[in-house]
Design a binder for this molecule. Structure first.
Ligand code: ADP
Ligand code: MG
Length: 257
């Protein structure tokens, strides 16, 4: 069973649907995310993964359905509201400032202005170093003063995830963070994801790589043509069974309703 009766979910979606014109991008989705859990959301291109997380992060309002954060139904949901309620999202185009330092990127748009700017800068550097240790940056070549453009793809993902960790988000959403990365770099990113969970956040990890999902997720949710067509505790299934299941679903089509 995937449900945990003992703890309240951080996030709950009830019968959420979102369409674009005639296309149902997300249809009747029910989803719960519990504290300190990595939920992998897997599915092919066009399955509705990005749309679903944009509903969670306040980019899209759902056409139908309800969103609950820590048991409370949200109204007038927006990206600002989502952030205030502890949901941080790293979108597919991470929007890092490539020519800026790691430190600037970590605190971008959040610098506290004040008369003691020089003091704050020292404080920010210490904070950046602490964050980078927390998320597990190991390369001695990367410091808060490194320019992002000089970092590997995996390390850039790490910066984006660390930025989300900075405010101790309850839920961090990552849209395809391992896409287009080498095997080694993808591994590194998956370790960052585990660090974020171990640090106290829940994570929704979007990927269409089942092996990446399988490697870190506590629970795996399969999306197909806008609908959830399967949900498994990682310990309840092997990677091969998962792939076979997804192929069967793709072959037979999503459940009719
Ligand atoms: N802003 C949009 N306008 C119109 N159609 C969209 C928009 N965003 C997504 N879609 C459509 O919704 C479906 C799901 O897309 P998406 O959520 O991006 O899937 P995924 O992230 O799983 O690849 C696709 O058919 C896509 O073309
Ligand atoms: Mg997508």
């Amino acid at each position: 069973m995937s449900e945990r009766a003992d703890t309240a979910p951080i996030l709950e979606l009830r019968d959420v649907s979102k369409s674009f014109g005639a296309v149902y991008a997300v249809r009747d989705v029910n989803l719960r995310v519990y504290p300190r859990e990595i939920v992998a959301l897997v599915g092919d291109n066009g399955a509705g993964k990005s749309t679903l997380i944009k509903v969670i992060s306040g980019v899209h309002a759902p056409d139908h359905g309800e969103v609950y954060v820590k048991g409370e139904r949200v109204h007038n949901w927006s990206t600002a509201q989502a952030r205030r309620r502890g949901i941080e999202t790293v979108y597919q185009d991470k929007a890092l400032a490539e020519q800026q330092t790691v430190m600037r990127n970590l605190f971008m748009g959040r610098e506290e202005a004040g008369p003691f700017g020089w003091l704050r800068l020292g404080h920010q550097r210490a904070e950046a170093e602490a964050l980078m240790r927390r998320i597990g940056f190991t390369s001695r070549l990367v410091s808060p003063d490194s320019v992002v453009a000089t970092l590997s793809g995996g390390e850039r993902e790490g910066v984006a995830i660390a930025r989300a960790m900075f405010f101790r988000a309850d839920l961090i959403i990552l849209d395809e963070p391992t896409q287009a990365l080498s095997l080694t770099q993808a591994r590194e990113v998956l370790r960052f994801v585990e660090r974020a969970r171990d640090d106290g956040s829940s994570v929704i990890l979007i990927t269409h790589n089942v092996y990446h999902a399988y490697e870190v997720a506590d629970r795996i949710v399969i999306l197909d043509r806008g609908q959830i067509v399967g949900e498994f505790q990682r310990t309840a299934i092997t990677a091969v069974q998962l792939i076979e299941y997804m192929q069967t679903v793709a072959h037979e089509g999503a459940p009719v309703n």
